[in-house]
Design a protein around this ligand. Structure first.
Ligand SMILES: [Zn+2]
Ligand SMILES: [Zn+2]
Length: 343
């Protein structure tokens, strides 16, 4: 394959549009022509905070596209297939994959089994047979792209908290992942969905996706306690990645309840767990985007059912040529942005 054009990390805090070689797909790999990509909060974290990801790294881990070529050993896919790629690559055969933890696959070296290069004209998927799924006919790229990462992460946050049917779920922060958590709480039939957010566009989207009440972050704990007769929610989800929201989740969850942490604590080296009464007899669970082909197929099935529609999260449409400006818009939360459709 000739050189492709894509977004590359050039320095701490900086990206640029650049040309780079992709080569031909090796064993187990698939070369995918990008049809639609997007920027994730993790991309900002990788560019701004994670020094282990060096300058020159092609960026982006969420995409759908059409397969251009496959390497040896790829049996399930062929050129021309329209696929969504999981943001985490899996081999399907290492100890973690066999145990069902495909998101921490040893072969591809978790946590660096993250896919890179989706914000480019084409990208290379590792472990293709285990890490991609064919998009059903009739489903748009704009619907399917959510399965790549944030839908799986958001739904995972609720699934890790156990059965929420009929229960009160409080979700702290309604960014793109938090909004997917809200959609998941609705899908899994939570009895009451309380979200915590102050940005007007996000408040509106939260209600659209299933929130019964939206509380202001400054008084969220008091509001949740008051709304639950003083006992707190059954489940509180941390979807921001800040100490204060983690503490607020603990303070607004009832005894016997679950704190489900899914926020990326970018730039925070240590998380403090307060040992006061809010710590006793709670479960604390964390989630890293559930991965693998079967997971993708499961999520695509939910989308196909029509019960969950995340497409409204694509608030902006940009050309790949404008990727640097897209990062600025996304990083600054400008203009009501949630997700930017990049093609
Ligand atoms: Zn992501
Ligand atoms: Zn594996």
């Amino acid at each position: 394959m000739p050189k492709v054009k894509g977004c590359v990390k050039t320095d701490k805090g900086a990206v640029a549009l650049s040309d780079y070689e992709l080569g031909d797909p090796g064993p187990g790999q698939a070369l995918v022509k990008m049809a639609l990509s997007t920027i994730c909060g993790s991309d900002i974290h990788i560019v701004d905070d994670i020094d282990d990801v060096p300058a020159g790294m092609p960026m982006g881990h969420e995409a759908v596209g059409v397969i251009e070529a496959v390497g040896d050993g790829v049996d399930r896919f062929k050129p021309g297939d329209r696929v969504v790629t999981c943001c985490l690559s899996s081999c399907g055969s290492c100890e973690q994959c066999v145990d069902g933890n495909l998101n921490v696959c040893r072969t591809f070296g978790a946590p660096m089994n993250l896919l890179f290069g989706c914000q480019g004209e084409a990208y290379m998927a590792n472990g293709a047979d285990q890490s991609m799924a064919i998009i059903p006919d009739g489903m748009s790229d704009r619907q399917a792209i959510f399965a790549a990462d944030i839908m799986s992460t958001g739904f995972g946050a609720i699934e890790r908290a156990g059965d929420v049917e009929g229960k009160t779920v409080a979700i702290f922060a309604q960014g793109p992942v938090g909004l997917c958590v809200t959609a998941a709480a609705k899908y899994y039939k939570a009895g009451r969905i309380i979200t915590v957010e102050s940005i007007p566009e996000r408040v509106a989207m939260s209600r659209q996706l299933g929130a019964d009440e939206v509380f202001d972050p400054d008084t969220a704990v008091e509001s949740i306690l008051e709304a639950t007769g003083g006992v707190g929610a059954h489940v509180a989800v941390e979807a921001l990645g800040k100490q204060v929201t983690f503490g607020n989740c603990l303070a607004s969850t009832r005894m016997g309840g679950t704190i489900s942490s899914v926020g990326v604590y970018g730039g925070i080296e240590e998380l403090t767990v307060p040992t006061d009464g809010n710590f006793i007899h709670r479960n604390i669970v964390t989630t890293l985007c559930p991965a693998g082909r079967e997971r993708l197929e499961h999520l695509l099935g939910i989308i196909e059912s029509g019960e969950v529609d995340l497409e409204p999260l694509l608030t902006h449409e940009h050309s790949l040529d404008d990727i640097v400006a897209s990062y600025d818009t996304f990083r600054a939360h400008d203009d009501g942005v949630l997700k930017i459709a990049i093609s």
